[in-house]
Design a binder for this molecule. Structure first.
Ligand code: NAD
Length: 261
């Protein structure tokens, strides 16, 4: 069967862990050359090693970048052009979260969350889009969250930032539909990544915290990074040629229905 991203070049941000890493792996398995971007270079290099073990031909390269930094974002896009001669797909996945209400969120945490989750997409996209325009088209997939759709208690800044990602996805899609650039996002529910591992480890009883998290899921389990990567692959591939400005919710039913208790 033909590979779905043959001849494509993709940047995946936050690809040193979790959803970003799985996306880089599946993109490489589907024939893409991948720039594995992360501010943790060691983690990005581990992803490269995993790609090397799994795939026969695709090339991948690690790049250290803080997505919220303008010079880093510009250098990241230039790196893709220098290394693989082009850029077809940008996956804006890098993100962070800190618990808190508006009363308990520290101002520096509010600024940090918006700098990475929202400004990071602006920074990477504003350097990537001109290259895509010059090449006649491209594709951007942003990673939002169900926190953009329903309130998650104690996640005020995170939810606000992911709401902004959803709105920014639609704005970018509208602005660049004439450039043949499709822009979509996914809205994951709770996904079993190292992020969630860190979150439950903050509780006095991590096993109990995890069990409660699972109990909240209508489908009876957490999502997997592979399931998110498959959705990102779909949106980035020609199979989704009619999708732009859309948000694909992947949450095991969390935002859609409540089961009788
Ligand atoms: N795990 C979940 O339950 C869940 C749910 C909804 C949405 N998401 C979103 O999915 C994305 C990935 O989450 P994950 O669970 O895989 O997290 P993760 O913590 O496992 O991985 C995130 C990666 O992003 C990198 N990163 C963080 N800040 C960065 C920056 N400024 N520049 C470059 N790289 C940076 C980290 O080094 C890390 O490798 C995030 O945007 C997150 O908000 C996750």
């Amino acid at each position: 069967m033909a590979k779905r991203l043959e001849q494509q070049v993709a940047i995946v941000t936050g690809a040193g862990s979790g959803i970003g890493r799985e996306t880089a792996l599946i993109f490489a398995a589907e024939g893409a050359n991948v720039v594995v971007a992360d501010y943790n270079l060691e983690a990005a290099q581990e992803t490269i090693e995993l790609i090397g073990r799994e795939a026969d031909a695709p090339k991948a390269a690690a790049f250290k970048a803080n997505v919220s930094n303008s010079a880093d974002a510009e250098a990241l896009v230039e790196f893709s052009l220098q290394t693989f001669n082009k850029l077809d797909i940008l996956v804006n996945n890098a993100g962070i979260g800190v618990p808190g209400t508006v009363l308990t969120t520290k101002e520096e945490d509010w600024d940090r969350i918006f700098a990475v989750n929202v400004k990071g997409i602006y920074q990477c996209s504003r350097f990537a889009i001109p290259k895509m325009q010059a090449a006649g088209g491209g594709c951007i997939v942003n990673v939002s969250s169900i926190a953009a759709i329903v309130a998650v208690p104690d996640r005020a800044a995170y939810g606000a930032s992911k709401g902004a990602v959803l709105a920014l996805t639609k704005a970018m899609a509208a602005d660049h539909v004439k450039d043949n650039i499709r822009v979509n996002c996914i809205c994951p529910g709770t996904v079993d990544t190292p992020w969630v591992g860190r979150m439950v480890s903050n509780y006095s009883d991590p096993a109990d915290a995890r069990a409660k998290m699972v109990a909240r899921q209508p489908i009876g389990r957490l999502g997997t990074p592979e399931e998110m990567a498959e959705a990102i692959l779909y949106l980035a591939s020609p199979s989704a040629s009619f999708a732009t400005g859309s948000a694909l919710i992947l949450d095991g039913g969390f935002t859609a229905f409540k089961l009788p208790s």
